[in-house]
Design a protein around this ligand. Sequence first.
Ligand code: PLP
Length: 411
Amino acid sequence: MGERSSTGWLDRLLGRRAEPTLGDARLDVAFSDIETNLIHGGDSNQRIGRAVVSPIFQTANYLVGGEGAYEDVRYIRLNNSPNHELLHRRLALIEDAEDALVAASGMAAITSVLFAFLGHGDHLLAHRSLYGGTQTFLDQDAPGLGIEYTGINMADPDGWKAALRPRTRLIYVEGVSNPLMEVGDLEAVIAFAREHGLVSVIDNTFLTPVNFRPLSVGFDLVVHSATKYLNGHSDIVAGAVAGSSACVLDVRRRLNHLGGSLDPHACFLLERGLKTLALRVERQNGSALQLAEFLHEHPRVLRVNYPGLPSDPGHERAAKLFSGFGGMLSFDVQSGEEADAFLRNVRIPLHAVSLGSAESLVVQPSRSSHLGVPVAERERLGITDALIRVSVGIESIDELIADFDRALSAA
Ligand code: PLP
């Protein structure tokens, strides 16, 4: 267990002593368990006006303090207000990272990571089915910037070597993929990246560090849409990156120029949301498993994608690495019309995009997150209009299951 420091960022802001670095022991309030770190980790123990909760530093700029590097100049776009820095320390602790960074959105975090390690002429390997925004960025934006990618099946290492090119620099995977809930051979991804000198990046949005800490098994960088579980209340858009100090510094420099900084008020909300992350995720793990088991037996349901089900192709890999299977699942009904009827009939979950919040959400990925992916490609992957994705919230699971049963039967 770490010790609370008696001096910290307030002193630094007030210029009462030399600016410490991020690794300064006086800022390292660190505990062993994620539940404690989510609430106290990285705290500087400074209480302005004796406030228990961090004040919001709603100031764009700060007095000059003799900074030696550009990223230390205090300015909101450089993501370095006291609100940002507390989050950086806390996120690093919960992801077992040396350093972390918040960003204006999950996509700002992802694109900054890609731009930090890939330039014109470079190539990356990525899972064949990813969150729609990431996938359309790779399909539509990256080629114009001279960056090419090859989609591979992360569950099957056999074809990976053949996809390598002389300028392959990075391998990108989602811990549980959106929206098909596939779990790749993550240990093989790490070994492959090491063997071929690739930067390994994982989007850990669906699992959260409560269920899986990818850096502890060897990934180089973790990215999050903090909009989802980390915040957990559907009221901000935010992103996060965690990894070694050197990797995070590369990303920070890129993000500083791309300008994807998080607003201090959003930092405040993210800090608040993080406090209940473990509670929410543990409950969502349990509820999602119960709902998946119910749907698995339901006569109107053709297929359920959830790594917690023993019948799921990713179950063994997930059971080996994850401490929980997450709150996300997807399932197929007979047709797009049946999916439409289900979405009209269901009463508790909201028919809305995004995920990871207190309220359950249902959506057809083909008509939302994956609208940008060409129809033929979607169909090939199995992302049809009959596929419904569920983000399980924290409502009563008995009422939720009864609601799904009623809506499916009426569909
Ligand atoms: N990664 C995953 C797995 C997502 O589901 C999303 C958004 O839905 C993103 C990244 C992008 O995050 P944001 O919307 O915060 O930019």
